[in-house]
Design a protein around this ligand. Structure first.
Ligand code: SF4
Ligand code: SF4
Length: 370
């Protein structure tokens, strides 16, 4: 891929002139150029590029303010935005998010009421066909769409989301709710909440998680800045660069799983020794995400590191399919397992076998240890 042509093209795009430069924002927040290059190198690795691409990534980040982004809130808790923005010591990811040309984001913009509504309309008109759309939250749809009305004219969320999708260059469903319906769509789904992909015919890239890590959000913007195309996807439309590995495969407790060393109950000796959390409900074997590699809160920790099993938040319908969260699944049909689209049958067969092995392994070791 000729990144230089793409970056040159971006350089010719209009930039918002009232924005502080990225280097001044980084400096103000205590980051050096070296920190930035280190970050760019980590981003290159995350996107599957070698570290020699770090300067290219750095350039792409600096040009990220050329692409307009519209962020919509639907039926949700704003946890995904919080994941990215709520920090007393901003991360480079959150600064980049501040730096991009964010044309509309209800949580962080000053406008409200009629003014906010006309800001959105103007942004969609001005950047028609060129903006990146990021949508947070599920969407009450069809006859139940009135469960979500927004703005001074009480427009339905479904109507706003559809309109924004129609004119977007790329569409990202941010978080479990927008990707798969989330808790709003949990049975019996009283508001008929839908994933974004169900209310538009356009391609939607799912970035699930409850919340997704800030790197998975910013990484998608960067991927689009750099490539100008959509990333390779798995069969749940999640970008492979972020969601192709199982939590279980990259877990720091995996050695204990293989050795049959399990936490039997929270707070026991095994928990103190950092044993595997499978028997207290970890859903890592059934969940695809990169949390173990990227972690959260400036790479400080992640749920399994903190002593609770994965609850499968990046899988479809995890509220209904992965519970109870603190017990192993009695039976798992692997309907949410993302086998490679071209080898579904074989993949699911292998994964089912893996699942049986996991269950057998847990039973055998429980006999050994109990
Ligand atoms: S079951 Fe969970 S805690 Fe155990 S190794 Fe797998 S992902 Fe890690
Ligand atoms: S560890 Fe599991 S539940 Fe926790 S954030 Fe990652 S995918 Fe979601």
């Amino acid at each position: 891929m000729d990144f230089s042509a793409r970056l040159k093209e971006l350089e010719s795009f209009e930039r918002k002139d009232n924005k502080a430069s990225l280097s001044s924002m980084l400096k103000q927040n205590g980051f050096t150029r070296r920190d930035f290059l280190k970050y760019s190198s980590a981003m290159a690795a995350m996107l599957g590029l070698s570290s020699t691409f770090a300067p290219t990534i750095a350039k792409a980040i600096e040009l990220a303010d050329r692409l307009p982004v519209i962020w919509l809130h639907m039926a949700e808790c704003t946890g995904c935005s919080e994941s990215l923005l709520r920090s007393d010591a901003p991360t480079i990811d959150s600064l980049i998010f501040d730096y991009i040309n964010l044309e509309y984001h209800e949580t962080i913009m000053a406008a409200s009421g009629f003014q906010a509504e006309s800001n959105l309309e103007n942004a969609m008109k001005k950047h028609k066909g060129k903006y990146i759309l990021m949508v947070e939250g599920a969407i009450p749809a069809g006859q139940s769409s009135f469960y979500l009305t927004l703005g001074a004219h009480a427009k339905k969320g479904e109507e706003i989301a559809k309109q924004a999708c129609n004119n977007a260059a790329a569409i990202f469903a941010i978080g479990a709710c927008s990707s798969f319906g989330g808790i709003q769509a949990a049975a019996p789904n009283p508001t008929n909440a839908m994933p974004l992909s169900k209310i538009t015919n356009k391609a939607v890239i799912n970035v699930p998680g409850c919340p997704p890590s800030e790197k998975n959000i910013v990484g998608n913007v960067l991927h689009y800045v750099l490539y100008g195309t959509l990333p390779a996807l798995d069969n749940y439309n999640r970008p492979k660069w972020a969601y192709e590995n199982r939590i279980h495969d990259l877990c720091e407790r995996r050695g204990h799983f293989d050795a049959g060393e399990f936490v039997q109950s929270f707070g026991d000796e095994g928990a103190k020794k950092g044993y595997c959390l499978y028997k207290v409900g970890c859903k890592g074997p059934y969940t695809f995400n990169n949390c173990s590699k990227l972690r959260f809160n400036q790479h400080t920790n992640w749920p399994i590191g903190a002593g609770h099993g994965c609850i499968g938040c990046s899988e479809p319908d995890f509220w209904d399919n992965m519970g109870p969260f603190e017990e192993p699944l009695k039976s798992h049909l692997f309907k949410s397992i993302s086998a490679d689209a071209t080898s579904d049958k074989i993949g699911i067969g292998v994964l089912t076998l893996t699942g049986l092995t996991i269950a057998a392994h847990a039973v055998i070791s429980s006999v050994k240890k109990d």
